[in-house]
Each structure stands twice: as structure tokens, then as C-alpha cells.
Design a protein around this ligand. Sequence first.
Ligand code: SF4
Length: 760
Amino acid sequence: MEIDAAREVRTTCPYCGVGCGVLAKVAADGQVSVRGDPDHPANFGRLCSKGSALAETIDLDGRLLHPEIHGRRAGWDEALDLVASTFSQTIAEHGPDAVAFYVSGQLLTEDYYVANKLMKGFVGSANIDTNSRLCMASSVAGHRRAFGSDTVPGTYDDLELADLIVLVGSNLAWCHPVLYQRIAAAREKRPEMKIVLVDPRRTMTADIADMHLAIAPDGDVALFTGLLAYLGQHNALDRAYITAHTTGFGQALFAASVLDLAGVAAATGLSEDELGRFYGLFAATPKTVTVYSQGVNQSSSGTDKVNAIINCHLATGRIGRPGEGPFSVTGQPNAMGGREVGGMANMLAAHMEIENPEHRERVQRFWNAPAIAGKPGLKAVEMFQALAEGRIKALWIMATNPVDSMPDADAVEAAIKACPFVVVSDVLAETDTVRHAHVRLPAAAWGEKDGTVTNSERRISRQRAFLPMPGEARPDWLIVAEVGMRMGFGGAFSYETPGEVFAEHAALSGFENDGARDFDIGAYGEIDGEGYEALEPFQWPAPSRADPFWPAGHLPLEGGDTQLRGLRTSSSAGDWRKPSGELISPLEGEMAGRPEGVGTTELQPIRFFADGGYFTPDRKARFIAIRPTTEIRTSPDYPLILNTGRIRDHWHTMTRTGKSPRLSQHIAEPFVEIHPVDAQRFGIGDADIARVSSPRGDVLVRALVTARQRQGSLFAPMHWTDQFAAKGRLDTLTAPLTDPISGQPALKHVAVRIEKFAAK
Ligand code: SF4
């Protein structure tokens, strides 16, 4: 690849699910610089600390540059032949379910698509799951239960247009910083906007909250079932919407009425006064968005929490209209793209369902595949348990580090070590997972490869290469396709470009789509290389090819405009740009005053369900009857609840952010937050080294005594590994306990004890 030092490349940040647009440039001396893309509708030029430090994390230090077999350098042909022949032989001897892929929300959609196609359509197993199972599977399950599809109804603009934002288990200030910045900016312009934070901890996000509800761990189901009962009791329902567009309301309300206000107070640890003020505010504010992320999802009752929230929005008809709706924000940059291509063990590509025979037949026919997985595969935790039991005999791990990030991490490491054949494709030569691989395959990194990602508001954006691939690194989609061809699946994997993969993925999404599915970008099935290169960020469902706003320059259409809906208007209707030419958000547009004659239809972000049209057989949303329960999982030996999470300037297991001294300055070492009363009870002083133990392991961390922490609970970040801190692998403590519906691990609720290890 030739570097053009004069060119700024439009790409997308590889960190969180906000999906910010980035402009990257390589100077003549090789120095990389990045800035926010002012034209990207996710961030309008903003970047957070991680995004703005991206240039500091691009170096070849520690890179895996050549294929390796048992630690010796090998050629690509030898390595790929070995992977293909070992997988084929294992399938022949033990059946398709004896092999598995464990993939990642870091993969691009094209990578995800090819891996999913190989496993589900050609191996004939659904044993492909993703580390996104750890961050948002409960939201997926909750959406499917309520809406009949995995559809996020709203958009980021709703966060600026709402009069009330309820943030549940979501520290946006640190984990989705640009969304936080957008809310904070909107709040300055609209002081009437109210923000309620529901979180056991007083996080940085509380700084803009009007009300912080320091809820007991896993008290969310009780909080939102209590809210549904309150809405019913106070005549705050939208009965017309309930009647026209939903089913099951009566049962849901009956189940929610199990607890009276005093019962909800006991289950949530909140006072009746706090509950009354929150419930009253919610009931009185039509324009309400409820945002939730890991604090809701990472729970053994995660799916019920999601549905308890959605129930309240259905009951008030607050969904799919500007400034209204339940809104799950994803953790990873392409968790949503993985959902679209069936990168989860219980889904097929294009949001089709593995348990639906018609969908299976349709996908198999589209792929012209010899087989199609007939049942859901193993979800992440189950997959590593099957590995430990010897049921999986060949495993391929792509772009993730489960030895440090899976719950019960030591057991996961032991299972990987015992597996007869482990392949890892990664950018790094040495992680706690890579070191156990029999075959190591060098993958291209961010900035070196092309593809697409989808952010939390369903917006598909391009990632573009601006650096050459170093050594012998290859993009993941190509590595998987090469293995597919060597397994004898020939033409089905003979892609030459990621654009070809994207076009096939798009065509499948529109293939015999009878309107009973939400995800449709089928019109992009005819995109050519030039169109793929020029692809602008757009939300799904994509406008149909008959839409006047189709990008005629990108697709072989006649007439029309060259702009995309959701990003720019047609030239005839004017646009939402500042005099400088910079794109502005709809809110800012409203504030500045709309120029005379400017059209808005094409500017509206794409929302779902304001007028029903759910993707259930009867096209109605389903209320889910949920009974609040309070599960106490502490014991005299392990009397505290550990809440695990993230900090502002590090990402996952620090394999990228650990390279930046600037990012490491923010918080330099692993820590545990403890309430002063608990600190006194357990003899812990501020800045002491503490040992935190669960029945599975222990870590040594710096104690931070703070009243921000709820009494009875601890908080510790999940980023540090033994590479960065001695005895710092937090997930050696966590349990393989999962939500029974989504299979998502309960990483926010681990019973532990704490003791002083050494004074400061
Ligand atoms: Fe990247 Fe997320 Fe920060 Fe945006 S908010 S710059 S996507 S880490």
C-alpha cells in the first residue's frame, strides 16, 4: 500500500460502540495524526481521550508479523493447510460440533460474516460465539422477546431531544464519552432536561445527574417493575398504544404488582421518597429515553432487566419518537455488526433465526451451502466449559483474549491449554491467550485494513486503511476465507476484496426479505468497489433503491442525488451545514433555526416502532411478565459484592491502550473502591494494598476508600493483566454464572472478601 502523505483518510474509531468518525493522516516522516471527523453523525468532530490517543498506539512493538506453528516461523501456506486439515479431520472424526470459533466485537463486519458463513453454512455447526456475549447479549435477548427482532428503536439524536434521560448501569462519562459530551452539550442548551443516574456507584456520570439512585446490586428489575405498577396506579399509561400495538400488558402489570412501594424500597435499597420522586418524574415526562449498558446486561437477570425497562416504555407509548425510547448502548466497536451477520451462537446472518426452519432454508439456499447449523451453538461460557470437558477438540480464537477476559479465567486458561488444537489470529505475538496457541496467524490491525462497523444507533461506517500491513499480516476475512477454500468449499470463499463480502452480506439482508425482518441493507448488494470505497455512514434499514436520496454516484442507479439519507440532504432541499460547511446535528440545527424551505424528512434519523410494526408474527410488541426477585449471593466467608467495570482511559485487557503513556497516566495501577464503613470493618486503609478473594482466585490491588462506593459493594476495573500488574487479573475472581436466557455472564455481581495485604 502506498502512503499518500497529503491525504486524510476517513475511518472509524476502533474502541467503543459510539462509533466515532476519525480522520487519520500519515505525514511524510511517517508520523500518524488523528482528529475527529466533523462530518460523522456519531461525533460531529468530537473524540474522547482514547480516540484522540489512537496515533500513540500505532507501532509494531509486540506485533505478530509471521505465521507460527508450535512457536516456529512458518509460511502462510503451511499454516493455513494445517488449520484447514486439522479442522476437517476433527469434523470427520467427531462431528461438526467438535470444533468452535470464538470471535470478537473488534472484528469488522466482513470478518465476522465470513467466519459465520464458514461455521454455520459449511462446517454445519453453530459453535461460533463472540466476546460481545459478555457485553450486550441480554439486550439482544430482551429486544427479541419484546420486539420479535434485535432492533434498537432510537438514535443518538434522541439523547439530545429528550426531556428526561434515565441512565441505568451506564457510566457514559467514562465508557461512552462522546455520547456523554453530546448529552452535556444538549443540557447546556436545554437546562430543562433532567438526568437520572441509576447506579450502585456514584460515578463521574453523576456530575450531570439531577438525581442519583444508588441502587442495590441487581435491584433494577424491582425498580422498573415497581415503575410499571406506579404508572398503572397513577393513570400514566398510553392505553391507545397498548391496545393497538402490544400484547400481554395485563399479565405484566399483574406480575409487577407483587411488590408494593415498601417492597420495592427493600429490594432496591432506595428510600420510598427517592422512588416516589423518580417515578413521578418518569410518569410526568413524555420525552424520556432510558439508556442502559453493562450494569443491566452483565447480570444473571440481565434479560429480565432489559424487558422491565422496555415494558415501561411500551406502557407509555414512548418508543420510536424523537426523544423517546429504551436505548441499549453497546460496549464494543462492532458488537452491532456482529449481531447483523449472525456472529452469535443463536443467530443466523441478516438477523435471521437459527431455530426458524424457513430462515435456515433461506440462508442455506442463498449461500448454496452444503449444510446449515440446525440448532443454536454453544454460547461463550458454555463453549469454554465444553472445551474443559473435551467436547471441543479444535478451537479458533480471533482478535480476543479470553484467558484474561472470560469469567473464571484460570479455568478458561486450563481448558485452552488442554485443547488438542488451538489457533489464534491476532495482531500481537504475546498475550495470555496467544501464548497457548498451536498455530498463530498474524492479523492486520486498525489502520491497516478495510471494512465496516455498526455503532449503537445502527449506523454502518467504513473503517479504512491508511497504513501498510506489516510483515505478513493479513485481514481476518481473508485468513478465514483461505481456510474455507482449503477445507474444500472453493468458490463460496473466493472473495478478493472486503467490498465483495459486504455486497454479499447486504444482498443476503435483502434476500426474500418480506418485511418481517428489520435489518435490510439489501440495496447495497450491488455496490461496486468505488461505491464501497466512498461509502458514507448510514443507518439501517437503508433506503430502498427507489429512494430519491440514493447515492447515484455509488450505485448503478439513474438520476437521484449523490447524498445519503441520515447524513446529508438532497441538494434541492438544502442541508444542515454551518456557513463553514461543517455538518451540524439536528439539535444544533434546530437551535440555529432552520433556513426557509429546508426539508427535514430526509434528515430525520431512522427510528422504529412509533406506530407499531413490530417484527413479531402479529406485528405487536410483547410485554414480558416479570416477577421481581432479590438474589443474595454473599456468604459469611465472602460478604461483599464485587462490581467489575471499566475506567476512562483503558480498553479491555490494555493490549492497545497500554502502549500510550498518556492514557496510562490517568490511572496507573489496578485498584478497588471500598466504602469507608467497609474499609474500617475490614481494616483497610486508603492506598493500602488489598487482597480481594473469591472462591476461584485472588488479586492484589490498591485500595481506594471512598463514599462514592455503596456500602457492602466493591468496584474494581477489569483491564489489568499480569503483563501490566502482578496478580491483577480480575477475572480470575468472577464466576461462570450466566443469565439463563441470554447466556451473558453476571460480571457485575461476584461474592468476595477483602483483607489488607500490605500497608501503603
Ligand atoms: Fe472512540 Fe468511543 Fe471515544 Fe468515540 S467515544 S472516540 S468511539 S472510544
